[in-house]
Design a protein around this ligand. Sequence first.
Ligand code: DOR
Ligand code: ZN
Length: 479
Amino acid sequence: MARVNTRLAVVNGRLVTPSGVRPGVVLVADGRIAAVVDSVPEHVPVLDAAGRYVLPGLIDSHVHFRTPGLEHKEDWEHGSRAAVAGGVTTVLDMPNTVPPTLHPDAVVAKARRIAGRSLVDYAFHIGADPLHPEVLVDLDPAVARSAKVFMAGHHTAPTVVDDPEVLDKVFAAAAVSGVRLVLHAEDQRLHDLLDAWRGGPPDAYRDYERWRPRSSPISAVVRVLELVRRHGTAAHILHLSSAEEADLVAAAAAEGLPVTFELTAHHLSFTDADTARGGARTRLAPAIRGPRDQDRLWAALRAGEVATLGSDHAPHTAAEKERPVADAPPGLPGVQELATAVWTGMRRRWPEEDPDTAVRRLVRHLAERPAELFGLAGKGRLVAGADADLVVFDPDHRWMLSASDVEAKCGWSAYEGWTFTGRVQLTVKSGRIAYDRERGTFGDPVGRWLSPLAEEPVEELTEESTTESPTEREGTGNG
Ligand code: DOR
Ligand code: ZN
């Protein structure tokens, strides 16, 4: 896509750059940051940040925008609006769609479907195929640089890699090509064993955490660390839920193994008491655990042990969530709430921390580290030469979230009624306004696939996915 010839100066901001927070002016030209300077040149349209922070566009490396096949839950029009309303200008989308994107052709087909519909830029995690782990050996980095592995199943996880031999092959294949594995680390065999003994899911959310206990991700993480040790594969473990997982991954990383982890806003924001009280909205895989675990996850953010913060934006319709416990699918929308929820928690937990230090922490894990991990050139840093993706963020604005604020297609949020600290005022993507809160307006869907393949003429791309088309597994009582 041709770059637009915009010239713009973002003035009066506190710029959150890799070397620290500083006052200054961001000059934008042709969709890129032309320079960071001290004063405003003449004849350039000005955007006034009014003393607020100016962040690089945030990166959510974990969203499920549900295309293809599950567009009744979410689509790119809604998902990308939710993203820019939350300051997110780049997303990495997950493969558990219908059909799942397990092969390069399916990824290309998905990219073509999305073209012209997204306000944000995007890239994809391909899915690890248990029947064809060899796909990862020579995976073209233009298609994907990372592969999602579901080690356990639930409603929207159709392709589970639960056979230890196959998992070993997946790690070996990814080690050859340098593909980073991103893992949903829960233990399917442990779930099967418990279900056979205890029966199906509980009929009340009170018992939900026990039904999908901490032993499951802990066991899966131990297996992942063994495989990383054996093969040297780069592994990023998603949505840590327990203190033990954080200890295990931090210890392995300290030893020099190439392992990193993600924390989600919901595991930082809610506890099992919220699930017991509020039910399906915080029914998640992995489950939300207790305050002691939550404290350890926050400590991992404070200590910089975590690599990325992600939303795991995984919407389901309100009707789906209202089903009996056995059939209510796990997942919640969150790309819009991600940065604000984490910022709110940071300010509440660590009120003594200098806000400039805190905002640098936010940007490190929501922009710089995801860009590094997933090879997103030009993203994640407010520096000259980078893409002009910018967010004006008011760190002090207090507001209560209600359903009418929700941009996700499902129309609900687990945070309804929460009072947040901090609000995204304006989001700029590639030098153009993507979201203006005061005006209540969104920009055009000029988001692009961050791949050289995006520029290729359509006829050179393979038309159809070769993948089978499984339907969503509903009502299996399997999470
Ligand atoms: O709770 C979850 N929902 N966890 C996942 O890993 C996937 C997600 C979904 O796709 O609904
Ligand atoms: Zn997910």
